[in-house]
Design a protein around this ligand. Sequence first.
Ligand code: GLV
Ligand code: GLV
Length: 316
Amino acid sequence: MARILITQRLVDGGDAVLRASGHEVLTRDADGPMPHDELVAAAAEVDAIVCMLSDQIDAEVLASGGRLKVVSNVAVGFDNIDRTAAEAAGVAVTNTPGVLDAATADISILLMLSARRQASAAEADLRSGRWTGWAIGDHLGLDLTGATIGLVGLGRIGQAVSRRLGGFDTTVLHHTRHDTGRKGWTPSLLDLAGRSDVLSIHVPSTTDTHHLINAEVLAALPDGAVVINTARGSILDEEALANALEAGRLHGAGLDVFEGEPVINPRLLASPRCVLLPHIGSATISVRRAMCEMASQGVLEVLAGTTPGNLVPADA
Ligand code: GLV
Ligand code: GLV
């Protein structure tokens, strides 16, 4: 019998697979990241850790355990886990790819529509009582229909966004480092930006993608473009985005992820043209349950000595 630590409360029933496994399950009955010292101490005593993207699984945590075999992130992204340290310590890492693609792509589309049509600013007017009645010149936004959308990255989520955009009569381009062989591939990120009414980020957070969308890329966007980020905050230079918004260069932005989560850049908070969501890309009941199940399966397979399909490869 192995001992499994769950670092934060899961969705209702999310621990059912682990509880049914016969292993000992230790649950920290709280939301939010597990304090680092508690995590280091707990890691020394367990065979497996089920954690969230807000838990920092660093070298100290990974090196603390003699018996730790697997860290299972209830997320598709794994930039919160020190992969090099995990490999050195012989600890497997698993994630939850696939099950959240549709839900996250939906939020990308929601943000595109909200930012183009300025839905948040319009709703704020209504709620504050500033709206006094229909007027032909009020709350004028930009169409999504007919726009050119530039996808930065074309993984599973980027492809799901592209499929959805087919319903909006848009032109969809994408930039990836290697030729995808698909229509719309644009080898240069700056060229993509220069043609994009909507620039939407769909790459993972790595050292290569840190501030990939910087002042130079934002300056290449046509006037009145919008920037969408449902990937990771670190990919977009938020100060550069705030400069572009404050200068009136961009029509708006739609963000579900932030550089200093959960602290939000005050300049973005102050920008009515920025639609801000609290990292809800995968937040549906069914998807969050599926993520918990997939994370649990990964743990059980590693403990059973088999290679799970959701193992994060060493060079990912
Ligand atoms: C959410 O951001 C995830 O990585 O699953
Ligand atoms: C708008 O509500 C319209 O009827 O045109």
